[in-house]
Design a protein around this ligand. Structure first.
Ligand code: CTP
Ligand code: MG
Length: 181
């Protein structure tokens, strides 16, 4: 595959993992996952990780994967490259892994004394990618191996921080998010 095709496949395959975090920003609120509990004087996760944001985020990722599967024949034709079709296990593992990675990052942030909303460079940009890929590799190993070649993974690791910074700055400027990260 040439570079453009590699980037297109990386973007398409990761879309169900990208969208949940953004949807959680819009859908978040209500009861925090940690129920307000603390550990060693600090919140376990903090008010920024809510049940509603997490579930609506995962649901959005699953629905998006279904929509992408419906669009796949047209996209493969238009782009002239084979586009991945998500099996059910990947439809769930990509968004669930993305949300779990973000939650684990908040856990680490609180343990290292970072307040809610504090920036944690690289962890903020890649936490969700690493866990989304790991969970998908376990849940749908054959599909993962076919789709996420070393080239595609390299494209994901370069593309994601750029997209993440771009969308978060946009959400901040629109007043949807409190910090631009
Ligand atoms: N959000 C949510 N549930 C999640 C993830 C995000 O409700 N599982 C919502 C929250 O309203 C959160 C906003 O999306 O404030 C932005 O998400 P994020 O930047 O991940 O959270 P922060 O508030 O910055 O908190 P943290 O420092 O723990 O990352
Ligand atoms: Mg944040």
């Amino acid at each position: 595959m040439d570079l453009a095709a590699t980037v297109a496949v990386a973007f398409w395959a990761m879309l169900p993992a990208y969208v949940p975090n953004n949807v959680a920003v819009l859908a978040g609120g209500g009861r925090p996952i940690d129920g307000g509990r603390t550990w060693n004087g600090r919140r376990v996760l903090g008010d920024g990780k809510t049940w509603r944001g997490t579930f609506v985020g995962i649901l959005a990722g699953v629905v998006l994967a279904l929509v992408l599967n419906a669009l796949e024949p047209a996209a493969a034709d238009g782009l002239g490259v084979p586009i991945p079709v998500f099996p059910l296990a990947a439809m769930v593992a990509l968004p669930a892994g993305a949300m779990l990675g973000d939650i684990l990052a908040s856990f680490v942030k609180r343990r290292t004394g970072r307040e809610r909303g504090a920036a944690f460079p690289l962890v903020d940009q890649l936490d969700f990618v690493v866990v989304a890929l790991a969970l998908t590799a376990v849940a749908a190993p054959a599909w993962f191996g076919d789709t996420f070649t070393l080239e595609v993974i390299a494209a994901v690791l370069v593309l994601t921080p750029l997209l993440h910074v771009g969308t978060n700055v946009g959400a901040y400027q629109l007043g949807l998010k409190d910090e631009p990260w």
